[in-house]
Ligand binder design. Structure first.
Ligand SMILES: *Cc1c(COP(=O)(O)O)cnc(C)c1O
Length: 385
């Protein structure tokens, strides 16, 4: 098949199955509102759980950072791209989460790719929760290690897979809060299973960090575990972007030698690290606490209201509240109806989620007001009729 024929066939397949993705240029995408030109909608789609993306102090910190350091880092961290701002933020993160070291990456996707690629050999095995994020599963399937997936949150299955003979080492992989379902992992039991098999444990807490646990330290802190590798990302509750891996001194030094993303890629701008330090200070302080409280209240209000309306909720207690619709076309039509009534929601379809489980993925943020949640419920009610 020629290149052209192959690409056209792949596009036609997506169109035919209602899975063709389109982007929309927005004038605001995160926070309480989503705006496109002059129009705006209540935003129930962003991962800006604490509303920090629009915070004046973060905007000011980024500006100050740019004045101090310029707008770019000028190279990888091994050449010119590691600034005092990067070092300071890494130390603040390590201190906050109780780890010897933190290493910054430009994104969570990059961090997961880098860590898995740097650690795994063809003698090894990765045992990952089946619903792990695409960045983890893709890294695992590209790595030379064997990949086995355990049934979602099934610790017995994980234990069983880890017990099979292996000539090298094993890495157990899961998430603190799952991105499409919003449910949490039984982290203490998973950490026990990994320890029992002498496997390293990697927990990606993209959706838990900043949101749960004391001072927003996330799912692992909340459940009293300290995985060998903790991946946290800054595009969600931190309201910015970027990621970090928290680990031991030896692992950090190892990743600095062997993680190609840290060697051959320009590091994040120092000004971004300055803004992230500011975000961390807010998250740890009273303001973070107040924002987490507001978010919890919105989640409770949404769940109460939705169950009164007889809507089918999942068990999620996080800011991610999926309404499973099933059919792709119906999920798209519902999302369209909700938008027509001023609430922006996205329909999430396969292959992002398993076939037959297309859903409306509702995300709540502390930037919402109680009346926004009521409006969403009203509109969901009307669309369901
Ligand atoms: C969003 C997300 C990522 C990717 O992080 P980015 O910084 O957006 O690249 C990785 N893992 C999980 C679980 C996520 O939800």
């Amino acid at each position: 098949m020629s290149w052209q024929a192959r690409i056209e066939a792949a596009l036609a397949q997506r169109l035919a199955s209602d899975t063709f993705r389109r982007r929309r240029p927005l004038s605001q995408g995160a926070g309480r509102w989503l705006a496109q030109g002059e129009r705006r909608w209540l935003n129930f789609s962003s991962n800006d759980y604490l509303g920090l993306s629009q915070h004046p102090q973060l905007i000011a910190a980024w500006q100050e950072g740019a004045v101090r350091y310029g707008v770019g880092s000028g190279g990888s961290g091994h050449v010119t791209g590691y600034s005092e701002a990067h070092e300071q933020f890494e130390q603040q993160l390590a201190d906050w989460l109780g780890y010897p070291r933190a290493l910054l990456f430009i994104s969570g996707f990059a961090a997961n790719q880098a860590v898995i690629a740097a650690l795994m050999t063809d003698a090894d095995r990765i045992v990952a929760d089946r619903l792990s994020h695409a960045s983890l599963l893709e890294a695992a399937s590209h790595s030379p290690a064997q990949l086995r997936r355990f049934v979602h949150n099934d610790t017995a299955h994980l234990t069983q897979l880890l017990a099979r003979p292996v000539s090298g080492q094993q890495l157990a992989v899961t998430e603190g809060v799952f991105s499409m379902d919003g449910d949490g992992a039984p982290l203490a039991a998973i950490a026990d299973a990994a320890r029992g098999a002498e496997a390293y444990l990697l927990v990606d807490d993209a959706h838990g960090i900043g949101v749960s646990g004391e001072e927003g330290r996330g799912s692992c802190w909340q459940q009293g575990i300290k995985p060998d590798l903790l991946v946290v990302t800054f595009g969600k509750a931190f309201g910015v972007s970027g990621a970090a891996v928290l680990c031991s001194d030896a692992l950090a030094d190892y990743l600095l030698q062997y993680a190609r993303h840290l060697i051959y890629s320009t590091s994040m701008p120092p000004a971004q690290a300055v803004a992230l330090s500011r975000a961390l200070a807010l998250i740890r302080g009273d303001e973070g606490e107040a924002r987490r409280r507001a978010l919890r209240q919105h989640i409770a209000r949404f769940r109460d209201g939705a169950s009164q309306l007889g809507l089918k909720l999942t068990g999620s207690e996080s800011a991610i509240q999926p309404l499973i619709v099933g059919d792709n076309g119906r999920a798209l039509a519902l999302a369209e109806q909700l938008r027509a009534r001023g609430c922006w929601l996205t329909a999430i379809r396969p292959p992002t989620v398993p076939a037959g489980t297309a859903r409306l993925r509702i995300t709540l943020t502390s930037a919402h007001e109680a009346q926004d949640i009521d409006r969403l419920l009203e509109v969901l009610h009307a669309a369901g009729e």
